[in-house]
Design a protein around this ligand. Structure first.
Ligand code: A2R
Length: 320
């Protein structure tokens, strides 16, 4: 029996390549560009395993395409509604990364408040012996009131961890979550007015774009700390840079940026920003689990079973 052809456009985690090769006929091209395929190749492609932006015309230009398996829980790089209209299933890799992302969030929060990367650099560059003890940090997690923007799979794991730190927990989502004891706020502005620490873990959508804006940062206040582990697009970066420069807020911890992997240079010179290169889920353990889920979605689909993690926009599409 011939194996279905699965295309990997652009770079992807090596584990995914190995898994796709085991079960499918692998086709690789450098990016999501129809010019890189001839008509015979286009007609053969039944599935895509990708981690990059797929333009709508690329999806539309593959006549036999049935399913796109995306690597990552956030799938803002694919217009899933458009894919659904073309009868193309889209899957993502939720759940398997939630705990890792939540762990990293706590690490980034503590790095931001307690300046741990700077303290380590101080030791390594010989300042401890030369200049004495590292400074007492002006910021601490003690007595903080934390507002979680997005209480989904990852947000709940972050909240669970924060409980252990004895801080008050609030949240903002569009709908109140049943069975949750944290304080709900129907608007982001209302929440940031009530808290001093904002953790953003909402998806990148039209509604969340630049939603952490100048007004939100002002309301968070001078003792305010902003942590972003969701999507860079959620923060208005002009407003954020200005708020950090002018001490409108005290500090920020950022794992995600509007322009990755080349964030605005202004961030690099900010002393009150703790920066990570989008590593929240980036352990071998978790990336393998994400890769396995990505390929298992393809395996299920081509065995005629429902995929494991279809995105809501295409969940209605029936397996062929
Ligand atoms: O709004 P709700 O009730 O659907 O709650 C979701 C919330 N959310 C929003 N909250 C306020 N305003 C919005 N416009 C808005 N849009 C969505 O974000 C829900 O509580 C949360 C998303 O949770 P999940 O769908 O379970 O996603 P997960 O696995 O926690 O990942 C979140 C994001 C990914 O989309 C990537 O961008 C990133 O974390 O890795």
């Amino acid at each position: 029996m011939t194996k279905p052809v699965v295309l990997i456009p652009g770079a992807i985690y090596e584990h995914v390549v190995k898994r796709v090769e085991m079960d499918f006929e692998l086709m690789r091209i450098d990016g999501a560009d129809l010019n890189l395929l001839d008509d015979a190749q286009k007609a053969k492609i039944k599935g895509i395993a990708s981690a990059i932006h797929l333009p709508n015309e690329f999806i539309q230009g593959l006549p036999s395409l049935e399913i796109i398996a995306h690597f990552g829980v956030g799938y803002d790089v694919i217009d899933a509604k458009f894919a659904g209209e073309q009868n193309v299933m889209v899957c993502n890799t939720p759940d398997v990364l939630s705990e890792e992302v939540a762990d990293t969030t706590i690490g980034l929060l503590l790095n931001t408040l307690r300046e741990l990367p700077k303290a380590e650099a101080y030791l390594r560059q010989g300042d401890w012996v030369e200049k004495g003890n590292y400074r007492l940090t002006p910021l601490t997690l003690r007595k903080r009131v934390v507002g979680i923007y997005g209480l989904g799979r990852i947000g709940l794991e972050i909240a669970k961890r924060l409980e252990g730190f004895g801080v008050d927990i609030h949240y903002h989502t569009r709908s109140e979550k049943p069975g949750v004891s944290y304080k709900y706020h129907p608007t982001l502005l209302e929440m940031v007015t009530a808290v001093d620490t904002l953790i953003s873990i909402v998806p990148g959508t039209a509604a969340t774009t630049k939603s952490v804006n100048a007004d939100i940062l002002k309301a968070l206040g001078a003792n305010g700390v902003f942590i972003n582990v969701g999507r860079g697009s959620v923060a208005d970066e002009d407003a954020l840079i200005s708020a950090l420069e002018n001490n409108t807020i005290a500090a920020a911890g950022l794992d995600v940026f509007e322009n990755e992997p080349d964030p605005r240079k202004d961030f690099l010179s900010l002393d009150n920003a703790s920066l990570l290169p989008h590593v929240a889920s980036a352990s071998v353990h978790t990336r393998n689990a994400m890769g396995d889920l990505q390929v298992d979605n393809l395996v299920n689909w081509f065995e005629g079973k429902s995929p494991i993690s279809p995105v809501p926009e295409t969940a209605h599409i029936k397996v062929k």
